[in-house]
Design a protein around this ligand. Sequence first.
Ligand code: 13P
Length: 341
Amino acid sequence: MAAPELELIARALVAPGKGILAADESDSTIKKRFDSIGVESNEENRRAYRELLFTTAGAEEFISGVILFDETIRQSSVDGTAFPQLLESKGVIPGIKVDQGAKPLANAPGETITEGLDGLRDRLAEYRGLGARFAKWRATYTIGAGTPSEYCIWTNAHALARYAALCQEARIVPIVEPEVLMDGDHDVERAYHVTSRVLFALYTELHDQKVQLEGTLLKPNMILSGYSAPTQASDDEVADYTLRCFRERVPAAVPGIVFLSGGQSDEQATARLNAINARGPHPWELSFSYGRALQAPALKAWVGERGNVEAAQQAYYRRAKFNGAARSGTYAPEWETADVA
Ligand code: 13P
């Protein structure tokens, strides 16, 4: 049995109707997001943008936790409240991204291994002191000719399990994120087979390294056609393939599966999560841990202007609410064009 404390946190993160906001963009990723709206990526703009998200009134009805970046967990709102404490005061659980990025994997052209294990025990202790109660580590896999290799799949699974074990030792819930990238022209069947191999390796390593699954969450890709594939699987097919793969590969001891949005549009990410939950009940909670799919409309509404903060918060609240409804399969695509706030 996982320490009851860890299981309670994992379960709170996937409470009915709620999911996670991924606001842990690294400096280079947030720069890309800000470039797209013509905003300079400096520390104050990053802080102001994250404050906008974290102070959105009522978002906590649908948001159980927020993943922060190293810079963000040390920042505060204008009134001087540290972000982790601000989130906690709303009943939102602070989390932290602890990997140090996907780097080229030696002897495997085009493949990556995620770094960040050295010194991780000490960093986790510090993050816990700053308020983090859960963490995230992302590995990436590319679908191509001969990739992902078994070498890439197993080295990343090993690292994910080492990270997860260290998190549990530090009384932090590990979110394990093996992301099979959906770039390319592969069909949905190929995405299913690759994701299945990745999950098999991951749960083998987690077991071998004695990670208590009850105190973990899985953050995977949905199973999609490649973004440039000529034929795109429908939302129903995505739901069917995704559920089939997870039923075969993810033990029921895992409390929840929180999807990343990848390159899906915000509306697609919601509609597919809804289709998945409409097929319930399932052995695990099926929720979201979206970055782009929760933030895209807010970023567009904000464009770095103080006068747009309220409109941006409304846009974020609306996406959070729609995804909250998708948790129970009760979202309706008509809401996108209706005046639903
Ligand atoms: P996206 O939802 O934008 O894919 O981001 C989620 C995430 O945290 C990726 O690591």
